[in-house]
Design a protein around this ligand. Structure first.
Ligand code: NAP
Length: 244
């Protein structure tokens, strides 16, 4: 098992990529904290993990709320003793055309995608610095890469470009004991997906990616990736960004 007894918080793990990451981490022996802003549902990620013999708790927390985030880390330490891995996966995206975008739209997307990521990373780093080890994996997006943003997602793309910048700054700050990397997924089959047929033609795969494909790369960064791999952005997009 690649993550035996490691404690992992995966933000936004009730569905989509976060759920796939949580299920894979649990299968690899991690004690998993499942999180979302909404209340836990029937047939939840936590219940699936427990049914499979794994160990998990669910913590309802809005990652854009500093108190929620602090409480989530405190509950995790009280339950599992520490935090070894943070997968900053939670994100929001509400497609809107440039002339319709409002200040509130920008504030909403930045408060979750970037500020929420900062809040969680700060809490995790406090624990990891004490233990002189830890791994933080941030979910960016191909939209955050140069040239990949466009009308319809300018606020989202800017937030994900910020994630990439933040990843590199944090990797420098926490080196050498704590690795911080990002994944930039391309079109992936989740509730958030609003990719067009034209977008899909830009992938060599010609299809939406499965959340499990992103989870496998997240697992690599959380386990086997050598200490020299830090501050990097791994693009997992079926070749989408190559054709921009
Ligand atoms: N799907 C794609 O094509 C794609 C491509 C590139 C990057 N991404 C990125 O990949 C990540 C996962 O996206 P996804 O496609 O799996 O999305 P998804 O299916 O919409 O899942 C998003 C998860 O985040 C949670 N969440 C949202 N706001 C939250 C908050 N304030 N606090 C805590 N949890 C929150 C959601 O739960 P509740 O809303 O119920 O709280 C849900 O569990 C995101 O960062 C997204 O930007 C997605």
């Amino acid at each position: 098992m690649k993550l035996k007894d490691k404690v992992a918080i995966i933000t936004g793990s009730t569905k989509g990529m976060g759920k796939a990451i949580a299920l894979l981490f649990a299968k690899e022996g991690a004690k998993v904290v499942v999180n979302s802003r909404s209340a836990e549902e029937e047939n939840s990620t936590r219940k699936l993990i427990e049914k499979d013999g794994g160990s998990a708790i669910f913590i309802q927390a809005d990652i854009s709320n500093p108190k929620d985030v602090k409480d989530m880390f405190q509950e995790t330490v009280e339950t599992f003793g520490t935090v070894d891995i943070l997968a900053n996966n939670a994100g929001v995206h509400k497609p809107k055309e440039f002339f319709d975008l409002t200040k509130e739209d920008w504030e909403k997307v930045f408060s979750v995608n970037l500020i929420g990521m900062f809040l969680c990373s700060q809490q995790a780093a406090k624990i990891m610095v004490d233990h002189k080890c830890g791994r933080i994996i941030n979910t960016a997006s191909v939209r955050g890469l140069p040239h990949c943003g466009r009308d319809g997602n300018m606020d989202y793309s800017a937030s994900k470009a910020g994630v990439i910048s933040f990843t590199k700054s944090l990797a420098k700050k926490l080196a050498p004991n704590i690795q911080v990397n990002a994944i930039a997924p391309g079109p992936t089959d989740t509730d958030m997906n609003n990719w067009t047929k034209e977008d899909l033609k830009l992938t060599y795969a010609g299809r939406l990616l499965e959340p499990e494909e992103i989870a496998k790369v997240t697992l690599f960064l959380a386990s086997e990736a050598p200490p020299s791999l830090t501050g990097e952005v791994i693009v997992v997009d079926g070749g989408y960004s190559l054709k921009q």
